[in-house]
Write a protein of this length. Structure first.
Lengths: 316, 225
C-alpha cells in the first residue's frame, strides 16, 4: 500500500496537536537527556490499552521532567503493569513508584509490579479470595532475591532490609477489578507508600468538588498544612496494610496512579482535575492517554504512572 | 477551587554581619552571588524553592525578601555592622516565617516545612536571652510553620551553641580548628547550594526528607561534657 500523503500544512497541524498539554503555569521546554547507560531498556514512556467485554483499560508511565533534565537525567522509576486472568475476565494490576534515593529503583518498581501481578494471577487460578498481604510479601521476597544477587551474597547471607531498600525501594498499589454476575465491577486493592487510587465520577461537571473520590488518604489535599514526602516503601511493610474494596458503577472510572499524578490532582476540583476528567470522559487512544499524562506544569516534574479502568455494562 | 500551583520549599539564609565578619565580607558576598547564580542555572529546582537572605547583627535586615530566584535580578549585599544578637534573629523568624508561609499559600502554593541556614562566627552577645524565642520558633505546637534549622559555626562560635541553635544534632556543624575562616564561608555556601539543589530534586518525588550536605572544612558539632 502506498504511504498516505500528508500536506505540509496538515503535518504542522498534526504536530501542534501533539504539543504537551499545559496546566498553567507550564514547565520550561527542553530536550531530554539520556537515562543512565545501563538503563537502556527502561523507556521514557510506555503505554498500553485494550478492552474486554466488561471493561476498557488504559495505562501509561511517563518519565518526569526532573529525570529528563539533561544535567541529571535518570531513567523513569515508575512502572505500571496489567493483565487479564482469562478464566474469569478479572483485571489484575500493579502500579509502583521507585524511591529516588534507591540506586536501582527503576528495577525495584518493575519487579514489584511483575511479582504482584503474577502472584495475583496464581491466587485467582487457585480460586477463593485473593490474599493481598501475601501478594505484597511476595513482592518484598522478589526484591530481597534481587538484592542478594546484586550484592553477590551466598544464599545463607540474606541482605538486610536497609540493603534491599537502598537498592530497590518502591511504593506499590496492586489489586484486581472483577466483573460480577450482576453487571458491576468489584475492586479490591491495597497499597504500600504514597501512590494512590481514585474513582472519577464522569457524570459530574468539571470543577465539581466531588469529581474524584480518593480511595486512600492523599498528601496534598485540602487541610494539609505542610506537605511531607516521607514515604513508607517496600521492602518495609506497614503494621497494617491499607486495603480498600469497592464497587465500580458504569459512570465511574477507576484511576490508580503514582504521586506524579496524585500531587497535581490534589482534591481534583481545579483545572488539572477538570482537564483529566474531560480527557478521560471516554477512553482515549493509548498513545493519547500517555500524551495527556505527559502534561506540563511548573514544579510537578516527577515521573507519572496512571492506570484507568472504565466498566462496560450490558455487553456480556 | 483553584489547583495547587506547586509545592515549595521556603529557604532562609541567615548571614552574620557582626563586626568580626568584617575581614570576610568579600567571601560572604561572593558566596551569596554564587548561590544566586547556581539557582538561576537550575531553573527546574529554583522553581520549587523560594529563597530569603537576612543579615543579622544587633538586628535583622532583609537583604533579599523571599523570592523566586529564576526571576530575581538583584544580588543580596551584606553590610558589616554591630554585635551578634541571636535573639533578634529568632524573634524576626518567629514572625517572618509564618507570614511568608501564609503569603505563599495565598498565592496558591502548598509548602514544605521551611528551612533556615544559620551562619555565625561568634557566640551570642545577648547571652541566653535568645533561648526562649528560639524554643517558641522551633516548637511545632506553638509555631506550626516551625522551620528546620541548620547551623554552621566559624571562628569563635562554639559547638554547644550550634547544637542548641540547630533543630537536630545532625544539622549542627563547626569549622575545623585552625581552618581559614574565609575558606570556611565559601564552603558553607557550596554546601548550601548542593543541599538546596538535592533537596529540590527530592521534592515532589517519593524520596523523603531534606538533604543536608556537610560543608568541607566543617565537622559535625559535638558538645563537650
Amino acid at each position: 500500500m502506498a504511504p498516505k500523503q500528508i500536506s505540509s500544512r496538515g503535518a504542522a497541524l498534526s504536530a501542534a496537536a501533539w504539543e504537551r498539554m499545559t496546566v498553567q503555569p507550564p514547565s520550561m521546554p527542553f530536550e531530554p537527556g539520556p537515562p543512565k547507560q545501563s538503563a537502556y531498556d527502561v523507556l521514557d514512556t510506555e503505554c498500553e490499552g485494550w478492552s474486554t467485554d466488561r471493561f476498557t483499560m488504559r495505562a501509561a508511565s511517563v518519565r518526569g521532567d526532573s529525570h529528563r533534565w539533561p544535567r541529571r537525567s535518570k531513567p523513569r522509576q515508575d512502572c505500571g503493569r496489567a493483565t487479564v486472568y482469562e478464566r474469569t475476565g478479572t483485571l489484575v494490576f500493579a502500579v509502583a513508584d521507585g524511591v529516588s534515593g534507591a540506586v536501582h529503583s527503576e528495577y525495584g518498581s518493575r519487579e514489584a509490579c511483575r511479582t504482584a501481578v503474577e502472584t495475583l494471577v496464581e491466587q485467582l487460578a487457585r480460586g477463593g479470595e485473593i490474599d493481598l498481604a501475601a501478594t505484597v510479601q511476595n513482592a518484598v521476597g522478589r526484591l530481597v532475591e534481587l538484592a542478594q544477587w546484586r550484592l553477590g551474597r551466598q544464599p545463607e547471607e540474606a541482605p538486610t532490609l536497609k540493603e534491599v531498600s537502598d537498592l530497590f525501594a518502591t511504593t506499590l498499589v496492586t489489586g484486581i477489578v472483577q466483573p460480577t454476575q450482576d453487571g458491576d465491577c468489584f475492586v479490591d486493592l491495597c497499597r504500600v507508600g504514597d501512590s494512590g487510587a481514585w474513582v472519577l465520577d464522569r457524570s459530574r461537571a468539571p470543577y465539581d468538588a466531588e469529581l474524584y473520590t480518593p480511595l486512600f488518604a492523599t498528601k496534598t489535599g485540602a487541610g494539609k498544612k505542610f506537605v511531607s514526602n516521607r514515604v513508607a516503601a517496600l521492602p518495609q511493610l506497614p503494621a497494617e496494610l491499607e486495603r480498600v474494596q469497592t464497587q465500580l458503577a458504569e459512570r465511574e472510572t477507576l484511576l490508580i496512579g503514582t504521586d506524579g499524578f496524585g500531587d497535581p490532582l490534589g482534591d481534583g476540583d481545579g483545572e488539572f482535575g477538570a482537564m483529566f476528567a474531560e480527557q478521560l470522559h471516554t477512553p482515549p487512544a493509548p498513545l493519547w492517554f500517555a500524551h495527556v499524562l505527559d502534561f506540563s506544569r511548573e514544579t510537578f516534574d516527577d515521573d507519572r504512572t496512571l492506570l484507568a479502568v472504565w466498566p462496560l455494562r450490558g455487553q456480556r | 477551587m483553584p489547583d495547587v500551583k506547586g509545592v515549595l520549599l521556603p529557604a532562609y539564609v541567615l548571614a552574620d554581619e557582626s563586626g568580626s565578619m568584617g575581614p570576610y565580607r568579600r567571601e560572604l558576598s561572593d558566596g551569596l552571588l554564587s548561590l544566586c547564580e547556581a539557582l538561576r542555572a537550575e531553573p527546574m529546582i529554583a522553581a520549587k524553592l523560594r529563597l530569603a537572605v537576612l543579615g543579622f547583627s544587633e538586628d535583622v535586615q532583609v537583604r533579599l525578601a523571599i523570592a523566586d530566584m529564576r526571576t530575581e535580578t538583584t544580588v543580596p549585599q551584606v553590610i558589616i555592622r554591630g554585635v551578634t544578637n541571636y535573639g533578634a534573629v529568632f524573634n524576626d523568624l518567629l514572625y517572618r516565617i509564618p507570614a511568608d508561609v501564609q503569603w505563599l499559600r495565598g498565592q496558591g502554593y502548598k509548602v514544605h516545612r521551611p528551612v533556615v541556614f544559620f551562619l555565625s562566627d561568634g557566640q551570642p552577645t545577648d547571652g541566653n536571652g535568645w533561648r526562649t524565642t528560639h524554643a517558641t520558633l522551633v516548637d511545632r505546637a506553638q509555631t506550626p510553620a516551625a522551620p528546620n534549622i541548620i547551623s554552621c559555626g566559624i571562628g569563635d562560635a562554639k559547638p554547644a551553641t550550634m547544637i542548641d541553635v540547630a533543630t537536630s544534632e545532625q544539622f549542627a556543624f563547626v569549622a575545623r580548628p585552625g581552618v581559614n575562616i574565609g575558606a570556611a564561608i565559601s564552603e558553607f555556601f557550596a554546601a548550601l547550594v548542593s543541599s538546596l539543589v538535592e533537596s529540590g530534586q527530592a521534592l515532589n518525588s517519593a524520596n523523603p526528607t531534606l538533604v543536608i550536605n556537610r560543608p568541607d572544612q566543617f565537622t559535625m558539632a559535638i558538645d563537650e561534657v
